[in-house]
Design a protein around this ligand. Structure first.
Ligand code: SF4
Length: 376
């Protein structure tokens, strides 16, 4: 199974679709090495995320603890802290690094509130390539403001011979905002179709499966049910900076336990975890983040293989692309079924805008102010 560890809620970006940066954790209360040591080995993936994980002074030590416990260790980063990443990659060249990039030049900088962010990310990526990192990629969150540049971003990743991970804006308790939506769902969905066609034209099998993952994103964008049922809480869990273990990072009622107070065994195999898994099985949200999508796409029998339905779609459509045919999206997507949003709040941008940050309390009242979160 996979694990996502939110090492901190401190962040040096100021994104318009996620307000984690406004409510940082205090470093003193963030989950430390002693607690992480309690995790067992044998994970498929461990993703270190945030906030911005490179703001953790002890990130090197965290990697030393977790690298042996998983087949693949990943850092999801904004890429602004080049030196810290270089130090880690020099020690672990096969570590997976995904740098968030939400557009070309100013588009990225405005969406993410990052002064010269685009330039810095490109510089970090080039440095990591030059020192021999072998699992690199950009990660883009699609939204109305950047989806026009979808193929430009893909073309940068192709030129650099790195990966492109994609997701779409959604709502989650950790973001401190629950009004993320699309201004024009059809427009965003149609742009994602272009990327799917390109991915299926690639020579890399990984890209073909990414094409399928993006098909799921179209359904998410249109407000339709997920392509595959969610298996959060079983195949993937989130640990937050206070050691709280959640089935996912969207619903804060899916709390399974706390790693500071309990052992991993007690949490994962406990009664509470069983109850939470029942709630996940009935969950009607249509989120399709990489964490919950890629696990849902895997075979139940062998987690290294895709589900048969996924494989069939990939093979069929790869063949179509290879003989120059377009993908028949109407066969997979009902474009007459588009969720109409009640009201859509325009996103606010924070580049160059001073904002007072509020450090979160040490005790577990962290998320109570946020209300309900719904993705549809
Ligand atoms: S579908 Fe439900 S359980 Fe799964 S990630 Fe979304 S909110 Fe969490």
């Amino acid at each position: 199974m996979d694990l996502s560890i939110i090492l901190t809620y401190r962040c040096n970006s100021k994104c318009s679709m996620c307000y984690i940066w406004k409510y940082p954790t205090h470093p003193k209360y963030e989950i430390d090495g002693t607690i992480l040591e309690k995790l067992p080995g044998g994970f498929d993936y461990i993703n270190l995320t945030g906030g911005e994980p490179t703001l953790r002074e002890d990130l090197n030590e965290v990697c030393d603890i977790l690298y042996p416990k998983t087949k693949k260790l990943e850092i999801s980063t904004n890429g602004l802290n080049k030196e810290r990443l270089i130090g880690i990659v020099k020690k672990y060249p096969d570590i997976k690094i995904r740098i968030s990039l939400d557009g070309i030049q100013e588009t990225n900088n405005i969406i993410r509130g990052e002064k010269n962010g685009f330039e810095k990310k490109m510089e970090t990526m080039t440095s990591l390539i030059n020192i021999g990192a072998c699992d690199l990629g950009f990660a883009t969150t699609f939204q109305d403001e950047n989806v026009e540049q979808i193929l430009d971003i893909y073309s940068i990743t192709k030129k650099l011979n790195i990966e492109l991970a994609t997701s779409a804006i959604h709502n989650a308790f950790q973001f401190h905002k629950n009004d993320n939506s699309f201004y024009d769902r059809l427009y965003v969905a149609k742009k994602i179709e272009l990327l799917i066609e390109e991915l299926l034209s690639s020579k890399k099998p990984k890209d073909w499966f990414r094409a399928y993952l993006n098909l799921g994103l179209i359904r998410k964008v249109l407000g339709q049910p997920r392509l595959h049922p969610c298996t959060q809480g079983t195949d993937n869990v989130f640990i937050d900076p206070w050691g709280d273990v959640y089935a996912c990072n969207v619903r804060n009622d899916l709390l399974m336990g706390n790693l500071k107070q309990q052992s991993w065994r007690e949490i994962y195999y406990g009664e509470k975890a069983r109850e939470i898994r029942k709630m996940v099985a009935q969950c009607s949200q249509n989120c399709w983040m990489v964490s919950s999508a890629k696990t849902a796409m895997r075979s139940k029998i062998n987690s290294k293989l895709p589900k048969f339905k996924v494989l069939r779609w990939v093979v069929f459509n790869k063949i179509r692309r290879s003989i120059g045919l377009k993908i028949d999206f109407d066969k997979y997507i009902d474009y007459s079924d588009i969720n109409e949003d009640y009201s859509i709040n325009k996103r606010t941008y924070y580049l160059e805008k001073p904002v007072k940050k509020v450090t979160q309390p040490s005790e577990s009242s962290h998320y109570k102010q946020f209300g309900n979160f719904f993705n549809r």
